[in-house]
Design a protein around this ligand. Structure first.
Ligand SMILES: Nc1ncnc2c1ncn2[C@@H]1O[C@H](COP(=O)(O)OP(=O)(O)OP(=O)(O)O)[C@@H](O)[C@H]1O
Length: 579
């Protein structure tokens, strides 16, 4: 129920358009009912007048019928236009609304979500919310607006007929669809969840096509995907069966009413309590009434899937950001020192702390390497430094301002990160670099690429910076991607640079040249290098060794004798300051 109310609240800004669409739909429905009733009365009246040799004014009823026909046709057109306008306005606002919520909380709120699942929520679930007005709220409101006056008109002629019409309408228009809905609800809910699961599987399958070609020659993964698809088709079939039964029930009830009107009306005509021309008028009014509310069973039918989709949309939209911004943040600090003070962090649901009391002091201009084996917590440290997550204990400070008083955007305006799984967009090298700074000129792009050791490669490409890199950079080698990501971070020109395994996939010569260029470049401020590789560690101001989330040693490599980087990791030299 709360989902439905929330959905209605989201529709409120478009209530004017929606009310107009309902009004038009009601006018169309009433025109249709009045047209049929008038036509029944008029044809019978004319026939009776003809048989009796009497005259009858046929101009007025004919004009009324023509007028109603015009209202019905023009109204239907206007109702479709306005109804779709209302729906599209509603949905057009919904997708950016959801995207903004996702973006605001990302990446912490998206942790554990697959690409396919997110895509389904943003596309299929929001598309289904289109139906909320067009198929549910609109038709139900319009049906009510047509049914009530129609039954009142019937009651003015014959209360028994009106009562019967009301009972049949409620039975076939509401009770039967609700009963069938209960039968079909599990299929509707399965369909919503299944569509998402199938979307996730398909995205996975497309992204893993090469791996499946190698490891799944029997096509087990594909067969499972097809089975999931078949299950969805079966659920669709259940829903269309129940929808067909609902519609058939309503049609049947309309014809039962027609027979009942004749059975009840004929004696009344004989007794003189009902005018002869009024009987076909009531019969056709009843038929047209059932026709006008034909969309009600479909509306009831669509309800569970729409509610389930709305629930999925709200669920992801409501996920709190892992690092919420303060209500009254401080401005971006002037200083560019970065400090971690006894930071401990545990991922949700994890059994142990990934970082345990980590302290790190990086005044402006300092170069620090954090080394340690795989899983030591180096990347997690970078996530916290970027304010993507908040530690459970300890704190971080940027220019002496605690992170808790800064927005994520403020922190990130001072720090650039090259992460291990950073994304290259499916566009040109130039556009990927300009994400660092859209205003960077060609000279800045070249300088960043020069430092990142990728300039000769780019210059040798026929299209240079305008070369398309493919989805996820598939047209580049792993090492080229890493260097391009470093160049992008350099283009951003932030005073603090965090590089998480920047030289992964590079040969030793290129690795050394890249690190030397970074360490020699005049414009680079503080550098935090997260790595398990020994190259150029001797040029850093400090090496911190992390194991199991704890700092086990820290030292200045330039004053530590006899310890190359690799050895220094495991056997701290004489100047080591154990932590
Ligand atoms: N999103 C996550 N949810 C739960 N646990 C995570 C998550 N990300 C990382 N971990 C766990 O935290 C630990 C530290 O991971 P992290 O990526 O920080 O290590 P790392 O030192 O950067 O390793 P590597 O050198 O292999 O990149 C690992 O045990 C990992 O399984």
């Amino acid at each position: 129920m709360t989902v439905v109310l929330r959905l209605l609240r989201l529709m409120r800004p478009h209530a004017g358009w929606m009310a107009l669409a309902v009004l038009l739909a009601a006018i169309v429905g009433l025109a249709q009912v009045a047209l049929m009733a008038t036509a029944g009365w008029f044809i019978t009246g004319m026939a009776l007048a003809g048989a009796a040799g009497a005259t009858m004014n046929y101009f007025t009823p004919a004009a009324v019928i023509r007028g109603l026909a015009i209202i019905r046709t023009a109204g239907r057109y206007a109702e479709r236009v306005i109804g779709h306008e209302a729906t599209l306005r509603f949905v057009a606002g919904l997708r950016p609304w959801l995207f903004a919520r996702l973006e605001h909380g990302a990446p912490g709120n998206l942790r554990g979500r697959t690409d396919g699942d997110l895509l389904t929520r943003l596309r299929a679930d929001i598309d289904r919310l289109e139906h909320a007005f067009l198929r549910i709220v609109g038709p139900l409101a319009a049906a009510l607006a047509v049914a009530v006056p129609s039954i009142l008109v019937m009651a003015a002629y014959d209360r028994r007929i009106a009562a019967l019409a009301a009972v049949l309408l409620a039975g076939a228009g509401l009770v039967l669809p609700v009963v069938l809905l209960r039968a079909g609800a599990p299929a509707a809910v399965r369909l919503t969840a299944g569509t998402a699961a199938l979307g996730a599987r398909l995205v996975d399958e497309v992204e893993g096509l090469a791996e499946l070609a190698v490891y799944d020659p029997d096509g087990l993964h594909r067969r499972a995907t097809l089975a999931a698809s078949d299950a969805l088709v079966a659920d669709e079939r259940v829903l269309s069966d129940t929808a067909a039964l609902s519609s058939a029930g309503l049609l049947l009830a309309g014809h039962v009413l027609l027979v009942a009107v004749l059975l009840l009306g004929l004696p009344a005509v004989s007794a003189g309590t009902l005018a002869p021309a009024d009987l076909p008028m009531l019969a056709l009014l009843g038929l047209a009434l059932f026709d006008a509310v034909a969309a009600v069973p479909l509306a009831v039918q669509a309800l569970p899937a729409v509610v389930a989709s709305a629930g999925r949309v709200f669920e992801i939209a409501d996920r709190p950001p892992a690092a919420p911004d303060p209500a009254d943040p401080d401005p971006v600090p002037q200083g560019t020192s970065l400090r971690l003070d006894g930071v401990s962090f545990r991922y949700p649901g994890a059994a142990h702390d990934t970082l345990d009391g980590v302290t790190l002091d990086m005044p402006a201009g300092r170069r620090i390497a954090v080394v340690g084996p795989s899983g030591a917590g180096k990347s997690t440290l970078a996530q916290l430094a970027m304010r993507f997550d908040v530690p459970q204990a300890g704190g971080l400070l940027l220019g002496d301002v605690p992170y808790g008083r800064l927005t994520g955007a403020a922190v990130r305006s001072r720090i650039a990160l090259v992460g291990q799984r950073d994304h290259l967009f499916a566009t040109t090298i130039r556009d990927n670099l300009l994400i660092g700074d859209p205003n960077a000129d060609e000279e800045r792009l070249r300088e960043a690429c020069r430092i990142a050791q990728i300039l000769p490669f780019v210059a040798a490409l026929p299209e240079g910076f305008d070369t398309f890199v493919g989805a996820h950079g598939t047209k580049l080698s792993g090492g080229e991607i890493r260097r391009l990501l470093v160049a992008r971070a350099l283009v951003a020109g932030r005073p603090i640079l965090i590089l998480d395994e920047p030289t992964e996939g590079l040969d030793p010569d290129t690795e050394a040249r890249l690190l030397d260029a970074l360490l020699d470049a005049p414009g680079i401020g503080s550098l935090l290098l997260l790595t398990h590789r020994p190259a150029r560690l001797d040029r850093m101001d400090e090496i911190i060794r992390l194991e199991g989330g704890r700092v086990i040693s820290r030292f200045d490599p330039r004053t530590t004798t006899g310890a190359d980087a690799g050895g220094a990791h495991s056997r701290p030299g004489p100047t080591t300051r154990p932590t």
